[in-house]
Design a binder for this molecule. Structure first.
Ligand code: LER
Ligand code: MN
Length: 277
């Protein structure tokens, strides 16, 4: 029985059009498609906690027997320009408030919130350590906040073109391992890892017990199988470390949402084995 579950992304954020999300329709249509294709779950990127009613989301999850794998918080950055490492204390607190509201939103579906773009970046190379300390402090309090729900918070290292605070799994381990809440897990995004890691299976093995979510994407951020990622050793390593969680397709809707979703599900079935389920 495989405990690695499949998920596909849904974005409701207009400002993120063209970004790496598979479905862009309303939640009900997207959930219907996810179910039809055989996914276990969806991952939702919403503009904020009140954009869509929790009851409406839950009704779609119930109707199509899907779980909520995770909820993104990046709209805080994309729409409001907020970051958890902002040097301005009031803005930083505003960013923490936004993330808390998204933790509340995710908790309604028993889903963790993701800290990706909301980590922000240092304005210059000599401010990286200071900025990372601010991020670490914000994560410290948000980890405790999520723990009240008994749900982890997911921290995602990003590639160098998106942030200079945490680019590799080991740098994320360094940030979260001393957190007093012990409630922050790492999101391993294969697209970012392909750019930053020296040896992806090795990095996964090193961060093994802290990995809580995986973004399942190929080298060009299209569906797995559409780029040149050497997927098998990564899948073998996830199985070897007994990863229990989602592999979630955070990929471009290329050539269109349906084909991207079909290709992802096809790859998932090949690599994680229908027979295991
Ligand atoms: C951003 O590139 C990303 O990977 C997202 O999951 C985080 O916001
Ligand atoms: Mn990602």
């Amino acid at each position: 029985m495989s405990t690695i579950k499949s998920s596909v992304t849904i974005s409701l954020v207009d400002e993120a059009r063209g970004g790496p999300f598979v479905f862009w329709d309303d939640i009900n249509t997207s959930c219907a498609e996810a179910k039809r294709l055989g996914f276990d779950a969806v991952e939702l990127f919403a503009p904020g906690p009140d954009f869509i009613s929790r009851d409406e989301v839950q009704a779609s999850l119930d109707e199509y027997e899907l779980e909520m794998a995770a909820v993104g918080t990046g709209a805080g950055m994309v729409i409001h320009g907020l970051s958890l490492s902002d040097h301005d204390e009031a803005r930083r607190e505003e960013a923490c408030g936004f993330v808390r509201s998204m933790i509340d939103f995710g908790a309604a579906f028993n889903a963790p919130a993701i800290i990706g773009s909301m980590q922000g970046k240092a304005p210059s190379a000599d401010e990286i350590d200071y900025t990372r300390d601010l991020l670490t402090e914000s994560l410290e309090s948000l980890g405790h906040y999520a723990a009240e729900y008994n749900i982890p918070l997911l921290f995602e290292p990003l590639n160098r073109y998106e942030s200079n605070l945490s680019n590799t799994l080991s740098s994320a381990v360094a940030i979260i391992q001393d957190q007093s809440s012990k409630n922050i897990k790492i999101l391993a995004d294969l697209f970012h890892m392909n750019i930053e890691e020296k040896d992806m299976p090795h990095s996964i093995r090193d961060a093994a017990n802290l990995i809580g979510h995986v973004h399942f994407a190929d080298t060009n951020r299209r569906s797995i199988g559409m780029g040149h990622l050497d997927v098998q050793p990564i899948v073998d390593t996830l199985k070897e470390i007994k990863y229990e969680g989602y592999v979630s397709a955070e990929v471009f809707a290329w050539p269109n949402p349906l084909d991207a979703a079909v290709q992802t599900k096809y790859s998932y079935d090949i690599y994680f084995g229908l027979e295991d389920k």
